[in-house]
Design a protein around this ligand. Structure first.
Ligand code: SF4
Length: 627
């Protein structure tokens, strides 16, 4: 039976090689088992893509997906997922972004759209109320995403298309390339912009007025009113930060317990980036550049914003407000405290279509190699890659996006670049499986590290684990019904694997349903009740735990078919505290993430001797056919 409530019930398949598009129904069974986004997407891609394909070859399948909460009359449910085999890791890759694109994709008549093959020349896909059309994009090739959006709207007048596109970085298959929407919001991780580029797919533009069925509209309205009232009357601590200046407001609190990596993870926030510099890279200094606040569609938190720098070498007329991750990676991680350069670097990445975390982490590798003599002026074309050199950061972003000079090597990401540099550079590349580690220090909360090394899309900060219970951020309304303690000792690993398995599954549900992580964690969001009201399904905590873990297991199965071994995702020595820091809040901390990873896989039903999931476990999840 076709999925009715919460879904349009249709998926679009586009073969870019022959230009043929076709539609398939999305069944209720598939929707219920995998929810949406990368849940449904991974199940489809697994069954239709061969193992071992080149992530940048025509056989990789790239997809965009929404969830059942998208366009369902709720709030903060704006996320779409980009997905496919990652050119950074060689395994499963996904990334999500907010803004306005998700609702446009669904309103255009499809819950998900899949792309296979490669177009002969640059093209873009336009979907207008259920009608897909592949159009010539040769005139758009080389344009940044903001201009691409404008041009597509000019070429297709009369409809308010929402658009995802790639910039020059994706066109040049930079492995750190992002998928960009709304002129600078990014589905950044996993290098999926390069996958679009490899297919000659410049953009996807969507418009329509189709709507999913809603099982009980009145109940949805009552729930939304109640969530809104709770938000206004009793905002929790996470909401307070977001309402203030967005994630940039979290910088100082993150410094206090050393969540912010310093000097490519080798420094500390007492000697290397002391307190007097903290505010220079946070909202306290950014606020004066704020021009306008904005929100993703149907979100009252409005954590986004536009900024403007009027004068100086980093002047920029209109720039998205940098997120915490971008500020940290271009700031303290490079010992750069030039506020204006951070706004500029962030916007430059948006206009090239680059992942700020990946690019900043890769630049940190280059700086570290230069400072330690592995790279010289001859290698850098005369650029002095000295800690804190903001001009060099900006220049390297240009070079990476355009694959110029040393940028051509760095465009491959830190793992490949370090292998090419040699001379011990591998020790300075802070990645898991090729993906640069996000800006939450696992030495400060081990749960982050456990997630980085065990998630099928590694080194990702949008996945669940025990970290919030280790840092006092766990929302009891979510955690207690799941049977997970809201307080955990950050450095005592005992028994954590089973809790990580539950919380990672829960986060898969959130991500795949389309809700923003900040709303899901920061509001009294009532996800289960909303899902019941929208889909008409009878849900309970136990069957949802199974669904979440089914999604996680599906992603693991994808990786295992690609030849994944647990040793492929390991924590870099520095990031686990070897050698330990000599000062600051995490002085002396050294952690063993292999134990946490094993605990998690054990809880997920993995048979270490056989290197695969146990048959009984797969049967319990309804995945026996795949086994
Ligand atoms: S909280 Fe921020 S990122 Fe999330 S939906 Fe709202 S505006 Fe968008």
């Amino acid at each position: 039976m076709k999925a009715r409530y919460g879904y349009i019930g249709r998926m679009l398949f586009v073969n870019l090689s022959d230009g043929i598009t076709r539609t398939e129904d999305l069944s209720e069974d598939l929707a219920k088992a995998f929810i949406g986004g990368y849940g449904i997407g991974s199940r489809i891609i697994y069954s239709r893509m061969k193992a071992g394909v080149d992530p940048l070859g025509p056989e990789n399948i790239f997809a965009l997906g929404t969830g059942p909460l998208t366009l369902a009359g709720t709030l903060s449910t704006c996320r779409f997922t980009a997905m496919g085999k990652s050119p950074l890791t060689g395994y499963w890759g996904d990334a999500n972004s907010g803004g306005n694109f998700a609702i446009a994709l669904k309103a255009s008549g499809y819950d998900l759209v899949f792309f296979e093959g490669k177009a002969e020349h640059p093209v873009y896909l336009v979907i207008t109320n259920g009608k897909p059309e592949i159009k010539d994009a040769r005139n758009l090739w080389g344009l940044d995403p903001a201009r691409t959006e404008e041009m597509i709207r000019e070429e297709n007048p009369g409809w308010d298309y929402k658009i995802v596109s790639i910039g020059i970085a994706g066109e040049k298959r930079v492995r750190l390339a992002a998928v960009i929407n709304d002129k600078g919001r990014a589905a950044a991780r996993s290098g999926l912009g390069a996958v679009m580029g490899s297919k000659n797919l410049k953009a996807v533009a969507c418009y329509g007025y189709q709507r999913p069925g809603i099982f009980d509209k009145e109940r949805v309205k009552r729930l939304v009113a109640s969530i809104t009232s709770d938000m206004q009357n009793t905002p929790g601590p996470m909401l307070g930060v977001l309402l203030h200046g967005g994630t940039a407001s979290a910088m100082t609190p993150h410094f206090l317990d050393h969540d912010v990596p310093i000097k490519n993870w080798a420094g500390n926030n007492v000697e290397d980036f002391p307190r007097e510099k903290w505010e220079k890279v946070g909202w306290e200094s950014l606020e004066k550049y704020a021009a306008e606040r904005y929100a993703c569609v149907d979100c009252q938190i409005a954590c986004g914003g536009w900024m403007r720098v009027d004068t100086g070498k980093y002047a920029v007329k209109r720039a998205h407000k940098p997120e915490y991750e971008s500020l940290a990676v271009f700031g303290p991680n490079l010992l750069n405290d030039n506020t204006e350069s951070l706004i500029y670097a962030n916007e430059l990445c948006n206009s090239y279509g680059l992942d700020t975390i990946g690019v900043g982490g890769t630049i940190a590798l280059a700086f570290d190699c230069y400072e330690s003599g592995i790279l010289t002026n001859k290698d850098t074309g005369g650029l002095e890659l000295k800690w804190g050199n903001a001009d060099a950061v900006i220049e390297l972003i240009h070079k990476i996006a355009r694959r110029e000079g040393i940028g051509d090597v760095l465009a491959e990401g830190a793992k490949i670049a370090a292998e090419k540099f040699g001379g011990g550079a591998e020790q300075l590349a802070i990645h898991v499986g090729g993906q640069l580690i996000p800006m939450h220090d696992p030495r400060r909360a081990a749960g982050w590290g456990a997630v980085y090394v065990s998630d099928p899309s590694p080194a990702t900060h949008t996945r669940g684990g025990t970290q919030f219970a280790e840092t006092g951020m766990a929302n009891p309304d979510i955690w207690e019904p799941l049977g997970v303690p809201i307080h955990m000792d950050k450095y005592n690993p005992e028994g954590k694997g089973k809790y990580q398995a539950i919380m990672s599954g829960w986060q898969h549900l959130m991500n795949c349903s389309g809700v923003c992580i900040f709303a899901a964690d920061g509001l009294n969001f009532r996800w289960i009740e909303l899902m019941e009201a929208i889909t008409g399904w009878d849900l309970n905590v136990e069957n949802l735990k199974r669904t979440g873990q089914r999604i996680g297991t599906m992603l693991h199965l994808f990786n295992l078919r690609e030849g994944f071994k647990l040793s492929d995702f390991t924590m870099p020595e520095r990031a686990r505290g070897n050698p330990p820091l000599t000062a600051g809040p995490i002085k002396g901390v050294t952690l063993d993430f292999e134990d946490l990873k094993r605990q998690y896989f054990e809880a997920m039903g993995f048979d270490f001797a056989a290197g695969k999931f146990r048959k009984e476990r797969l049967e319990a999840l309804g995945l026996q056919d795949i086994a």
